[in-house]
Design a protein. Structure first.
Length: 140
């Protein structure tokens, strides 16, 4: 009786084969990635493309989104909202430094209606906004 590929007999105990080792590699261009895949396949490795989107256009939430906006000047869509009020609230949080990653007050954000859907656009501001403090300032 031959052992099945899912399990191998080790004496009187059945042992499962070792799990696959996964290595993730990022490339600057598609040509280099294709060349690497071909070399791996030539070595007999099971090489597959997991996520082919360009890393430079991937936006994240919070500090990752803020650092992406710093690296890409100009207005960019950062969120889609279900209605005008939600879009306005999200833009307000970015402008006033309440959203994580945007605490330094160096951001402009607006809510816009584009083709019937509400989006929030944001950019790095040219100067620091005055973010109100927690308490009142003394009068004298």
């Amino acid at each position: 009786m031959e052992p099945s590929p899912a399990s191998v007999a080790c004496g009187s105990v059945k042992c499962l084969p070792m799990a696959k080792t996964v290595i993730r590699v990022m490339f600057d261009d598609a040509t280099a990635a294709e060349g690497f895949l071909e070399r791996c396949r030539g070595e007999g490795l099971d090489a597959v493309v997991e996520d082919a989107r360009p890393i430079g256009t991937v936006k994240r939430n919070g500090p990752g989104l803020a650092s992406w906006l710093k690296a890409h000047p100009g207005w960019h869509v950062v969120a889609e909202s279900v209605n005008r009020r939600a879009a306005w609230a999200a833009a307000w949080k970015i402008r006033h430094g309440e959203r994580r990653g945007f605490e330094d007050g160096l951001w402009d954000a607006q809510a816009q209606n584009r083709d019937g859907r509400w989006v929030v656009i944001a950019r790095r501001a040219s100067k620091r906004r005055n973010i109100p403090g927690e308490g009142m300032d003394p009068l004298f």
